[in-house]
Write a protein that binds this ligand. Structure first.
Ligand code: ZN
Ligand code: ZN
Ligand code: ZN
Length: 99
């Protein structure tokens, strides 16, 4: 058996295609907190900012998971942490963190 001369390691190089579709600069946050939680009198644990439209929603550690609901309703794939000092991004479609 011989080793292929051109190993197909492209699979691990594939970029999240949704990242390239994001508006630049990123949209301004539509609110300071999760509006659905504010309306319901609930307290979000952590906030996430939709990088497609600026929607602010609460994370999966919160009781209502409005950020995930927002993705399911809109298909907006990429959000980032809206917490001070955090800048990681997450793609719901690819289920991975983005650089
Ligand atoms: Zn993606
Ligand atoms: Zn919420
Ligand atoms: Zn959105």
């Amino acid at each position: 058996m011989s080793i292929p001369s051109s190993p197909s390691n492209l699979a691990i190089m594939i970029e999240c295609p949704h990242r390239a579709e994001l508006p630049r600069p990123e949209p301004a946050p539509l609110s300071e907190t999760c509006p659905e939680c504010a309306a319901a009198g609930s307290h979000p644990v952590q906030l996430r900012l939709c990088l497609t439209c600026g929607h602010v929603g609460c994370c999966d550690s919160s009781p209502h998971r409005h950020a995930t609901t927002h993705y399911e309703q809109t298909g907006h794939a990429v959000m980032r942490s809206f917490e001070p000092g955090e800048s990681w991004r997450w793609c719901y479609v690819d289920q991975r963190l983005l650089p």
